[in-house]
Every structure is written in structure tokens, then in C-alpha cells.
Ligand binder design. Structure first.
Ligand code: GLY
Ligand code: MN
Ligand code: MN
Length: 414
């Protein structure tokens, strides 16, 4: 298996984004420096080989210290560690050892070149010697499954990210008021994350007031909050590479109007129903179904949808107002890898899995006719992070309340 590090990315011209190490490389090795390459050799002589940047006084003056091969061997427990300057010399030989290569073509141009050459070599000389890679497999085939089940240290890391995510939300909710810019709320959330020791937000913080809450990934955060508006904050902190992901929806006035309350109650009931469903042995699809059924019943109760319940459910009539899934895996990536279904069968939950529960209801003005008209412009999402335990689940984000009156109390609370 070959895993290159993430590339440095440029924001514009020569200005770099802050570096974010590659999740897979970090998962297997803990390595965080750019230009690192990990090679795992299987077979009779299994080895963990690392290539890292050499020490360089000039470069280190600008960008900070590098480990270099000697210190990296010690730090990461590699069997062999070389400078990346030795890639040309060492890598081709390593790639000829196995018959299958786990590598994602396109991951990195230079490594792509080595892999193509190794495959070509195996088709030629390798055939006579009986060695060399004949198959290329995505590393995710192994790593996605491993990453789906979090170990104790990972759960602890997510727990901290969830706690700090909740703190950032409190900071954001505290500045919500009529006339305040969405960007002010965003700044308060992100400052809360940083002040609590997070690397920062794991994804651009969403602060959508009024109709903006109906845009699922609204990140412009450029409008001013109206007095009657709901304010949806979807934000999560990244701490030590692991992520939290929380959404709450707050009434700017400090209290929900009757129509807002009607919608909020349905989404909160859907969140609860989904959480109650989580337990080892049940499928991730059944968690979504619990949320979707509650949303559907709520919409029928409001008179927005009508007809026989099972028919409405089987045609997913709720999707006009609840167009996304209830869950995604959570970990090193906010949308962590792992199959949700295989061969048409939904994934069965196991202890150690971590995922979000985030039902929502969005009354986009263009989708609101007749009975839905009085809800036009209302968007509500409530998102928690849950860990599957031996006998049920633990809500990792329970420190941030979801109940109506408690959410009202968070608005403007300093
Ligand atoms: N903020 C992205 C998500 O909740 O999935
Ligand atoms: Mn999410
Ligand atoms: Mn989210």
C-alpha cells in the first residue's frame, strides 16, 4: 500500500492554505508533514517504510522544523525511513515486491508515475520472474472498513471535538440578535473553537438566517439577521485531526413563533426517534427511516401533506421538505468514509461506529404552495453526533441542548 501525503494547496498565487495532513496517512502512521510517502510491504518480509522531507535549514527558517528521516523513524516507529530525495532509487524496487498495489491513481502526480512504471515493468520483465504488481486496488477497500470502527483513542478524540463544537455553538448563539450579521455569529463560533484549543472549524461554518437556512450548505454568511428569523448554525470543530459536527436552529427573537415552533417540534421529534433507534444490530437505513417517518407524520399533522401514510412513505413524499439523508459517518473526515450499504443491504451498526443524526425541514419559498405557504422560508435542522455502544448509543453532543426552551435560552446568553 502506498499513501502519499496531502499536497500543499494554494488559495491564490503563492498564498497557501493552512496545511491539512491526509486522513488515511495520519490514520496509519500519525505522520503530518507534507511530502511524506508511506509504503507498507506485505508478504514474507512485511515492512513499514516512510519517506520524509530531509532537514533543510533554509526551508525550516520559513516554514518551521522538519523531522528528517532519523527523527521520523523514532517518532513513527518505521522499519525503514528515507529522505524523499531517495524515492527514485528506492521506490521502484519496493513496488516490485507484491502482486497487488493498494494505491489511488490520481492521488499525487509523482507517485502516479512510479506506480505506472511498476505496472508496466510487471507486464514485461515481471512475468518472467513471477513478481510485480498486476492489480491496482483502492486503499479505501481496507482502510474505509477499519476507519468505520473507532478505537478508544479515536472516540476520545471525537469526544473532545464534540465538546469544543458545543462550546463554539454557545459562543455563536450568545451573539444572535436582530440586526447582527450572520458573519458576526460565524466569527463568534469560530473564535469559540480556536479559544478552546481546536485547529479551527472542520468545514466552513454555516450561519443561515431566514430563508438562507433552506440552503443546505449556505456558507456566504453575509445577511443581517431579522427579528422574526430563525438562525441555523451548522458548525464543527476539528481537534487533533478529528471532527465534531453540530447543527442547532435558534430563534433570533429569543422565542419561537407558533409556526416556527410547529416545525421545530417535528424536527426535534425526528432527531429523538432516530437516536432511540440506534443500537448494535440495527441498520443505518432504519435510523433514517425512524427520522423520515416522524417528519412525514409531522407534515401530515400540519396538513402540508395528505394521503394514506404508507403510500406517502413509499413515494418519499417528505423529500420535498427533507431532501437529505439523516446520517453520515464522522471521524478524521467530517463525512468519514465507509459504505452505507453493500449489495443492496444497509449497513448493520456495531459498537464503535460514530455518525451524525441530522434531520431537517426546509420550506423553500418556491416549494411552498397551499397548506405549506404559512411555513414559507422556515428552515430547521438539528444535528447531533452519536457513538454506537454495546447496548445502545451515546449522544456525544448532548452537552448542547436541543429542547425548545433550552435553545431559546441560549440566544443572547452571555
Ligand atoms: N455540515 C455538513 C454536514 O452536516 O454534513
Ligand atoms: Mn453533518
Ligand atoms: Mn453539520
Amino acid at each position: 500500500m502506498i499513501l502519499p501525503s496531502a499536497s500543499l494547496r494554494y488559495r491564490s498565487r503563492d498564498t497557501e492554505y493552512r496545511y491539512r495532513p491526509d486522513s488515511e496517512l495520519y490514520y496509519l502512521s500519525g505522520a503530518t508533514e507534507p511530502e511524506t510517502l508511506l509504503v507498507l510491504v506485505g508478504g514474507d518480509d512485511p515492512r513499514f517504510v516512510l519517506f520524509v522531507r530531509p532537514r533543510d535549514a533554509g526551508a525550516e527558517l520559513w516554514a518551521g522544523p522538519r523531522l528528517g528521516p532519523d527523527a521520523a523513524t523514532e517518532r513513527y516507529g518505521a522499519d525503514e525511513c528515507y529522505s524523499v530525495a531517495e524515492l527514485d532509487e528506492k521506490l521502484p524496487g519496493l513496488l516490485q515486491e507484491g502482486d497487488r498495489l493498494h494505491y489511488r491513481l490520481g492521488a499525487e502526480e509523482r507517485t502516479d508515475g512510479f506506480v505506472r512504471k511498476a505496472l508496466a515493468w510487471a507486464r514485461g520483465s515481471g512475468m518472467r520472474r513471477g513478481t510485480g504488481p498486476r492489480g491496482l486496488v483502492d486503499p479505501g477497500e481496507i482502510l474505509d472498513e477499519l476507519r468505520l470502527r473507532k478505537d478508544v483513542e479515536e472516540v476520545e478524540a471525537i469526544r473532545v471535538a464534540a465538546r469544543i463544537s458545543a462550546e463554539g455553538h454557545r459562543s455563536g448563539a450568545a451573539v444572535i440578535a436582530e440586526g447582527v450579521g450572520e458573519w458576526i455569529v460565524e466569527a463568534a463560533v469560530d473564535a469559540g473553537f480556536r479559544a478552546a484549543g481546536a485547529n479551527g472549524p472542520g468545514f466552513p461554518t454555516i450561519v443561515g438566517s431566514g430563508t438562507n437556512a433552506c440552503t443546505l450548505h449556505y456558507v456566504e454568511n453575509r445577511d443581517t439577521i431579522d427579528d422574526e428569523a430563525l438562525v441555523l448554525i451548522d458548525a464543527g470543530a476539528e481537534v487533533a485531526m478529528y471532527n465534531g459536527d453540530i447543527t442547532r436552529t435558534y430563534p433570533a427573537a429569543g422565542g419561537f413563533s407558533d409556526t416556527q415552533r410547529d416545525v421545530y417540534r417535528i424536527v426535534e421529534a425526528a432527531r429523538r426517534a432516530a437516536v432511540e433507534q440506534v443500537s448494535p444490530g440495527v441498520t443505518i437505513a432504519s435510523v433514517h427511516e425512524a427520522a423520515a417517518r416522524t417528519i412525514l407524520e409531522g407534515l401530515v399533522g400540519l396538513g402540508v401533506l395528505s394521503g394514506p401514510m404508507e403510500e406517502l412513505f413509499s413515494e418519499a413524499a417528505y423529500r420535498l421538505f427533507f431532501p437529505h439523508q439523516t446520517s453520515h459517518w464522522l471521524g478524521l473526515d467530517v463525512h468519514d468514509p465507509g459504505d452505507y450499504a453493500k449489495a443492496g443491504e444497509s449497513r448493520v451498526l456495531e459498537p464503535g461506529m460514530v455518525f451524525t443524526i441530522e434531520p431537517g425541514l426546509y420550506f423553500r419559498p418556491e416549494a411552498c404552495e397551499d397548506a405549506a405557504a404559512r411555513f414559507s422560508g422556515i428552515g430547521v435542522r438539528i444535528e447531533d453526533d452519536v457513538l454506537v455502544t454495546d447496548d445502545g448509543c451515546e449522544v456525544l453532543t448532548a452537552a448542547l441542548p436541543t429542547g425548545e426552551s433550552e435553545v431559546e435560552d441560549l440566544v443572547g446568553a452571555r
